[in-house]
Design a binder for this molecule. Structure first.
Ligand code: SF4
Length: 321
């Protein structure tokens, strides 16, 4: 919605008008969406204004949407309101408004904490903006969510690890990790075609994001999204980048593959069939998509059988030679 910025990875300017010919969602449409969603039973339901910079939209329109959302909370149809926005569109006045309307969680698109990467991505905000906005959001008692992007132009795995460390230090409740995708009509597309930007490829990106996932989990921070939503508009605009409809599953599979390989190497028995025990419901991740993990282990000479055990927690494995 009329975002004044032009991030290198974003195609909002080239798609504006395509998504909705009749303009923006009305209050009635928001209410209708809530009614539809409320029919599905859930313990905790949030109304989320996502996919843009909510606090940067026209103020009168933002207040109209918030008024509908507040009414949904008052009537018990939803339990909380979640919004996403840019770090430079957070200040005390905005937070007062959000608080007064019952907003519970705020997610910031941080993307990177590396100044040169933010600059190349044309983000228009600094890493310090992320720090200040996050502190203010926490001071006001909102749940804080931070979103990071990996594989942006100029970024490296070390840069992504540094970004993750700096984001974790801000003590977010939740994190989302997105691989940068080159879309038609973006500055990144021009960089890609001009040879100035080469994405790292799916396998490397999966391996990096698997490490980031473990890192945040070790810090007790929930990663609520890993990879982009598979949508027709994304497929239509896709040029390059680590997109996979089951990206998170690939990352979780990679975690199991790495720890299994590590332990198998420590045991050092290639000749005999080894049993890998893991938590219930985790077998498909150990096996990997299209048996990818088992095949990789087999190519290294390891013969594996996978069984589930009630004794083990998610991510834990036990190998019996
Ligand atoms: S701030 Fe968000 S909507 Fe605006 S250009 Fe950047 S990514 Fe796109």
């Amino acid at each position: 919605m009329g975002c004044p910025h032009c991030c290198a990875f974003c195609n909002q300017h080239s798609i504006s008008g395509e998504a909705r010919e009749d303009g923006v969602p009305s209050e009635a449409e928001v209410l209708e969406a809530v009614h539809t969603a409320a029919q599905a039973s859930a313990d905790y339901t949030e109304l989320a204004f996502f996919g843009g910079s909510f606090t940067a939209i026209d103020r009168a329109y933002m207040l109209k949407l918030l008024a509908v959302a507040k009414a949904c909370i008052a009537s018990g149809m939803v339990d909380g309101i979640r919004i996403s926005t840019r770090p430079d569109y957070i200040n005390a006045e905005i937070l007062e408004i959000l608080k007064a309307h019952g907003v519970t969680a705020i997610e910031l698109g941080a993307q990177s904490m590396i100044p040169s990467v933010l600059e190349l991505a044309n983000r228009g905000h600094t890493a310090e903006d992320v720090v200040q906005a996050s502190k203010l959001i926490r001071e006001y008692g909102f749940s804080l969510g931070l979103q990071m992007m990996v594989d942006l132009p100029g970024d490296t795995p070390e840069g992504a690890a540094q970004t993750a460390q700096q984001l974790a230090a801000l003590k977010p409740d939740t994190v989302r990790i997105y691989p940068a995708i080159t879309l038609k009509g973006t500055q990144m597309a021009a960089m890609y075609y001009g040879g100035e930007y080469l994405p790292m490829g799916l396998d490397k990106c999966v391996s990096l994001c698997a490490q980031l996932l473990l890192y945040f989990e070790d810090k007790g921070i929930r990663v609520i999204k890993l990879g982009l939503q598979d949508e027709p508009s994304l497929r239509k605009a896709y040029i390059a980048g680590a997109f996979h409809p089951a990206f998170r599953e690939l990352c979780e599979g990679e975690i199991y593959y790495s720890s299994a390989l590590h332990e198998l190497e420590a045991i050092g028995s290639k000749a005999t069939l080894c049993t890998i025990e893991l938590a219930r419901g985790e077998t498909s991740k150990m096996i990997g998509q299209n048996r990818r993990n088992l095949e990789r282990l087999a190519s290294l000479g390891y013969r594996i059988k996978v069984v589930e055990s009630r004794e083990l927690k998610v991510r834990e494995i036990r190998i019996k030679p």
